[in-house]
Write a protein that binds this ligand. Structure first.
Ligand code: G3H
Ligand code: ZN
Length: 276
């Protein structure tokens, strides 16, 4: 079933588990996330990023409603999250497409403007029963530039949570978006201090680049929502590439998309098993 993201994060937080949140770009991705979660017998979150909405020509409803429908028929609980929203208009459109949560990302703004904009976004979200995630200490890599050196300050994190009323906080602790190698090293001491300072669940972005043992340690240390995107693209595109390299005759996209979907589902399943 489709369930509120808040429920999944709260349960994972209470049990000291991680909840995997996986980027969805197309319908096949949503099907792969649900298939992987069912294979693992664990809940998961499907998340659609502002960039993915841009890929769909700015239309949110078709991919969101399709993903929500796939989640509704899942045998395990699945949440629907709108990720990395910088556009206020897109934020407002989240209210009628089945989302349980949104990440409002004003982390590129100067601190005072990040606080004010995030406070307004959280108030708006809470009026509509939506759970709101925000980011402090910009996690690099979305623009192709890796910035694994960025760090979130624990005292600032505590003040930011108190000033904005957000439900979860994405923190910079050594990961970086869009890595294709799993070589990131996390600052576990900082994770511990952030867990103590922030009163809300912590979110790890750029988790593709983080090796399994580092992810396990991060979850044990207090990271709760674990966002994974690029690893799925590696699996999906790798399967398409392998299929087409071995077959120059097939024209039916269902042939190579089904192998891509299957490989992506396996990637989701193994990531979920690591997170517990
Ligand atoms: O919000 C999405 C995640 O941070 C994905 O990052 O593509 O590096 O795994 P990743
Ligand atoms: Zn991210």
């Amino acid at each position: 079933p489709l369930v509120p993201t808040a429920e999944l994060v709260r349960a994972a937080h209470a049990d000291g588990r991680g909840i995997g949140a996986f980027n969805v770009i197309t319908l096949e991705h949503a099907e792969a996330v649900v298939a992987g979660a069912e294979a693992a017998g664990l809940p998961a979150v499907c998340q659609i990023s502002e960039n993915a909405v841009r890929f769909h020509g700015g239309s949110l409803a078709p991919i969101a409603r399709a993903t929500a429908a796939v989640a509704e028929s899942a045998a395990v609980p699945v949440g629907l999250h709108l990720d990395h929203v910088t556009d206020e208009d897109l934020l407002r459109r989240a209210a009628d497409c089945g989302f349980g949560s949104v990440m409002y990302d004003a982390s590129a703004l100067p601190h005072a403007r990040n606080v004010a904009a995030t406070r307004a976004a959280a108030d708006w979200a809470h009026d509509r029963g939506l759970w709101l995630e925000a980011e402090l200490g910009e996690i690099g890599g979305k623009d192709g530039v890796h910035a694994p050196g960025a760090r979130t300050d624990p005292a600032e994190a505590a003040a930011f949570v108190a000033a904005t009323g957000i439900d979860a906080l994405a923190v910079a602790v050594g990961s970086s978006h869009a890595m294709t190698t799993r070589t990131a090293r996390l600052d576990h001491d900082l994770i511990g201090r952030l867990r103590g300072a922030a009163t809300v669940p912590l979110v790890l972005h750029g988790s593709t680049g983080v090796p399994d043992d580092e992810l396990r340690r991060a979850v044990a240390g207090g990271m709760v929502k674990i966002n994974i995107g690029t690893a799925l693209n590696i699996a999906f595109t790798g399967a398409v590439r392998d299929f087409l390299a071995a077959d120059s005759v097939t024209v039916d996209p269902r042939r190579y998309l089904s192998s891509a979907r299957t490989r992506m589902a396996s990637a989701v399943e193994s990531a979920l098993r690591v997170l517990g």
